[in-house]
Write a protein that binds this ligand. Sequence first.
Ligand code: ZN
Length: 273
Amino acid sequence: MTPDLSRLCVHTITTKPWPIEVAMDKYAEAGIAGITVWRQALEGRDIEKVGEALRARNLSIVSLCRGGFFPAKTATGLAEAIEDNRRALREAAALGAPLVVLVCGAVPGQPLAESRKRIADGIAAILPLAEELDVRLGIEPLHPMYADDRSAINTMASANAVCEQLDHPLVGIAADAYHIWWDPALAEQIAIAGEKKRLFAFHVCDWLTPTTDLLNDRGLMGEGCIDLHGMRTLIEAAGFDGFHEVEIFSDRWWAADQDDFLSRIKLAYFEHC
Ligand code: ZN
């Protein structure tokens, strides 16, 4: 049986050693259907031309990563965060990406409830531009180990609550298996998100035991303990029919041969997702 790769998407950060010009050729040659572009991969490039080059290789541009980091302690910091998110929206539009993923942010010492308010206010502030450009915003709940400085939104329930508050068709959720697999309310919250048409993206990788680095020690699917097939079943039962996006931050895999890594990604996707 030929593996079905029609819904496989790879994040450029997954193969970080490759500049985007190399990654796009390698992904296309490997038969991968989608690409999520990290903003640092676009630095110094003509973004519209990168978008054209991706489309010329039949790669679906799934999303741009990432915006967010709304909370700040000063008014200047808040204004800068909003400006950076507007820039992300313009970059997504130039690239032809329909979605910007939001790592919403947190500031050590700021009460999380206050951070959550700033996040909702920040998203509300960029919504008019998102409407003008017709780009969606995907709130990505982050594992609670990042609640100090990366995100005050740590569960699907918390992401659903912000969506509920903003109640806008362009605001939804990027569900990342790495961040939410442990949640006892997962099935119920995925069902709610699906019912409200808020499931915008699905990211996969695996949770390693032990995890030796909080950021850069994610596993390839099948190396860890996440029931990815079970989560895919929940997500699809909730109506999600988009891409399965492989997003792996890993010093170990980045140090490996990237061609070999990409082959293993395809195999792992077929076997474990
Ligand atoms: Zn993710």
